[in-house]
Design a protein. Structure first.
Length: 159
């Protein structure tokens, strides 16, 4: 599943201030700001998520991530809005409800899926996570910029 990225660009004064901070401190400031910024779409997703027992809704979380494939870990600061438990558990169906799924058995030929059994159907995804990210994108971006700016000022005053 492809993720939705929020990109922050064109902030020259933040870039300049970052160069003055040590790399480890700058990453810490950005990571903290991203975590606070992603709590807005997290709250929106929890409100919009389908609920049966409530376990799936409670399993939505923000975590540090390795970043996209091919990116160098030392050059990447990434956070992820995740669905379900880390190990397979009772909330695995939340990801299916986000993306959608097919019912029925798969018909294979030579190891490839060539069709579905009669009576199977496609269940459309609810896309509650995607809607939450799009609905809160601007507010999250502004919060992240504010938090980065205040974090840089806070760290600069400690030096």
């Amino acid at each position: 599943m492809r993720g939705v990225a929020i990109t922050i660009t064109g902030i020259d004064e933040i870039k300049r201030a970052f160069r003055e901070l040590p790399a480890k401190v700058a990453k810490k400031v950005v990571r903290q700001a991203l975590r606070k910024g992603l709590k807005l779409p997290l709250a929106a997703a929890k409100t919009d998520a389908p609920v049966d027992t409530g376990a799936g809704r409670r399993s939505l979380r923000v975590r540090a991530s390795k970043g996209p494939r091919g990116s160098r870990p030392r050059d990447t600061i990434a956070m992820a809005l995740l669905i379900g438990e880390r190990s397979p558990g009772k909330t695995w169906y939340m990801a299916l409800q986000e993306r959608g799924y097919h019912t029925g058995k798969r018909i294979r030929s030579g190891g490839k899926v060539v069709g579905r059994s009669p009576g199977s159907r496609k269940i459309a995804g609810k896309h509650y996570m995607r809607r939450a990210l799009h609905a809160t994108e601007q507010a999250a971006r502004e919060l992240i910029i504010t938090e980065i700016t205040s974090g840089i000022e806070r760290q600069a005053s400690h030096r």
